[in-house]
Write a new protein. Structure first.
Length: 245
């Protein structure tokens, strides 16, 4: 017997958090009856439907994508724009992105149909480092970079301490290349952090997620994660969770 939201997540419908929302919204039936309360446990013999469609258990799949700029980190877009799952149209599994990268941000994005895995990686307690390289308008002052390192106040609260390194500066063009590592996942966080110190981000790329890199991939290309990499990511998230519990 497993919790209903876990079964839905494992079927690749959505993350566990989103699966809980589907249940609360009355969009899930078990053996023909609508279920709206969380916590119900179901067995493999129970018929589970989401939005009127019976779910089927899929084998879990895990990918890393080099997301280009101008692509939405979603499974669909009501404006008809390109979405990350368009790069996986030849796969039958219903995959979705783990977290998101902004429309104008490129770089490393994980996709899967394993809702439990996605929930583990995205949980705030698990603090997996995400490394970005930003091209900024204006050269950030050292004292301002130190503010980012200590954590800076944004409209939705103070950020956690970041690791920041000035990689290069172009005095003639008045631009800089800065590497920044954060473990939070707030909306447009890196861009807002630099805006808070007076530097607009002209280009932004996520180069690393935990130990994963974009090595061997070009923009728009993807590869399947190895079983060992999946195991490593789980261990990394769980280790961080233990440290913070």
């Amino acid at each position: 017997m497993e919790r209903l939201q876990k079964v839905i997540a494992r079927a690749g419908i959505a993350s566990r958090r989103k699966s809980e929302e589907l249940i609360k919204e009355g969009r899930v039936k078990v053996n023909g009856k609508v279920v709206t309360e969380l916590g119900l446990k179901v067995s493999p013999s129970d018929r589970v439907e989401v939005n009127g469609v019976q779910i089927e258990k899929e084998e879990p799949v895990y990918f890393v994508l080099y997301k280009p700029r101008g692509v939405i980190s979603s499974v669909s877009d009501d404006k008809g724009r390109k979405v990350v799952t368009d790069y996986f149209s030849h796969y039958k599994e219903r995959i979705f992105p783990v977290g998101r990268l902004d429309y104008d941000t490129s770089g490393l994005l994980i996709l899967t149909n394993d809702g439990e895995f996605a929930n583990l990686l995205m949980h705030p307690k698990n603090e997996i480092d995400k490394v970005y390289v930003a091209k900024t308008k204006g050269i950030p002052l050292r004292e301002n970079l130190r503010k980012l390192q200590r954590g800076i106040h944004l409209e939705d609260g103070k950020t956690a301490p970041a690791k920041v390194k000035l990689l290069s500066a172009d005095n003639k063009k008045q631009t800089a290349i800065v590497e920044i590592a954060i473990h939070e996942g707030r909306n447009r966080q890196v861009r807002r952090m630099f805006e808070a110190i007076g530097n607009e981000v002209l280009k932004l790329k996520r180069e690393r997620y935990g130990f994963l890199t974009l090595s061997g991939l070009k923009a728009g290309e993807a590869r399947e994660l190895t079983p060992h990499e999946v195991k490593q990511l789980r261990a990394l998230a769980m280790d961080q969770s233990k440290k913070n519990s």
